[in-house]
Design a binder for this molecule. Structure first.
Ligand SMILES: C[S@@+](CC[C@H](N)C(=O)[O-])C[C@H]1O[C@@H](n2cnc3c(N)ncnc32)[C@H](O)[C@@H]1O
Length: 397
């Protein structure tokens, strides 16, 4: 049973502690004045939702006490309640102990909001909050890694968690960006993740991220977008590591189509072909057209999206790729997809076909190849709601 499900059933602080102990697989622990105590991490628990700063301030009461007595203090501190959890490195909080203005009371239960307000500036930027509803897995992994490796490690962004990370990004960051259309979230998301917080890790992306007065600002199509609040932004980037590993970057960018809002995806038919199906199609083409078909045929994919069908082709100079959204072309340029292919924005339902012929009739050396009669044209099946200006919606070509 997940931690979230367990937490939905808790009736007391004891139940909250037990739910976390089970989910984190804690073995050697004690329960006492410090709610849960292990060698590596101490926990302060509450049954109802409570301010993390107040809980940390109460936990720091015990840290201060242990330090005075020369006792062991753990490298990590965590606070947990029925909705969320937070973790930080103990070392980051130690400067508080030298602050004479803080009048620590006689017991932890007397640590109140006033002391929490004095503690807040020292720790606020050092702890990471995880809402269990959306970040249970990340919290559990952060605690387990902290115990194992002695340091807090952020969750990497990989092909396996791209969709989940994107959905959480929309919730914590995207919705805070003022005046932006939902269909542009994916472009801003890529600008954000392909950045190390100081500089872009990938050039020429359609959207860009910059920091003005230390606040994240996005630039897309000549417009700047700011966040209504950067709280979610800071917390998001405390949980995840960016940029993704070099080996994944191009692959992640090529998955832009999978991040479009569902209604837009079904309108445009933007569902990419799984790579094992692409392999099968290449086998069938070789069987039908001969093993040198990639040399002998020109291919024009009229609905290339971000180039999923072409990445397996080994002769990109023979490929023409067009698609509806310029952003898809920009993504391919940034991710160096099929560099030698000719790529352009083109609406095969509504754009003038003569223009397309002009564009595709010439190869990149300027030679006219319209005389070459061996051309494969790929266009996806039209969806019933898609039709051209004349109201024509036909089947495959
Ligand atoms: C089903 S996806 C295929 C993407 C890629 N070829 C693949 O198989 O993975 C269809 C693509 O066609 C594009 N598209 C839809 N209507 C179009 C139109 N009228 N003209 C050009 N491209 C269009 C969509 O934006 C989408 O990227």
């Amino acid at each position: 049973m997940s931690l979230l499900t367990e937490l939905q059933k808790v009736k007391s602080e004891e139940d909250v502690k037990d739910a976390y102990i089970k989910a984190l697989g804690l073995k050697s622990y004690t329960k006492g004045l410090v709610d849960i105590q292990t060698e590596e991490i101490w926990f302060e628990a509450k049954d109802a939702a409570t301010s993390p700063v107040l809980m940390f301030a109460q936990l720091l009461f015990y840290v201060r006490d242990a330090r005075k007595k020369g006792e062991h203090i753990p490298p990590f501190l965590a606070v947990i309640d029925s909705e969320k959890a937070a973790i930080m490195e103990t070392a980051k909080a130690l400067p508080i102990m030298a602050d004479k203005a803080i009048k620590w009371p006689k017991s932890a239960s007397q640590v109140d909001k006033q002391i929490a307000a004095q503690v807040a500036p020292y720790i606020e930027t050092h702890f990471v909050v995880y809402k269990i509803e959306s970040h249970e897995k990340e919290f559990i992994s952060a605690v387990k890694t902290a115990i194992k490796n002695g340091k807090l490690v952020r969750t990497p962004i990989t092909p396996d968690n791209l969709r989940q990370v994107f959905d959480k990004w929309v919730e914590m960051i995207g919705r805070e960006i003022e005046g932006v259309s939902e269909t542009d979230y994916a472009l801003l998301f890529f600008a954000d993740i392909m950045h190390d917080g100081v500089k872009a890790a990938m050039a020429d992306l359609p959207a860009r991220l910059g920091y003005y007065d230390d606040k994240p600002t996005f630039l897309l199509n000549g417009k700047t977008y700011e966040l209504a609040s950067d709280r979610g932004y800071r917390n998001f980037w405390a949980i995840y590591h960016r940029p993704p590993e070099q080996e994944y970057r191009h692959y992640l960018l090529e998955r832009r189509d999978s991040l479009l809002p569902l209604d837009e995806r079904s309108f445009k038919g933007a569902f990419y072909t799984p790579l094992h199906i692409v392999d099968k199609a290449y086998d069938l083409l070789a069987e039908t057209l001969g093993k040198n078909w990639q040399q002998n045929y020109i291919v024009w994919d009229m609905c290339c999206g971000v180039g999923n069908l072409e990445v397996k082709h080994s002769n990109h100079r023979n490929i023409f790729m067009s698609t509806l959204d310029q952003a898809d072309i920009d993504v391919m340029t940034a991710s160096h997809t099929c560099v030698a292919a000719t790529k352009f924005q083109y609406d095969y339902l509504n754009d003038d076909v003569v223009v397309a012929q002009d564009r595709t009739g010439q190869d990149r050396t300027g030679q006219d190849r319209t005389g070459q009669d061996r051309t494969i044209i790929h266009r996806h099946r039209l969806f019933p709601h898609q039709q051209n200006a004349a109201g024509i919606a036909t089947g495959d070509c």
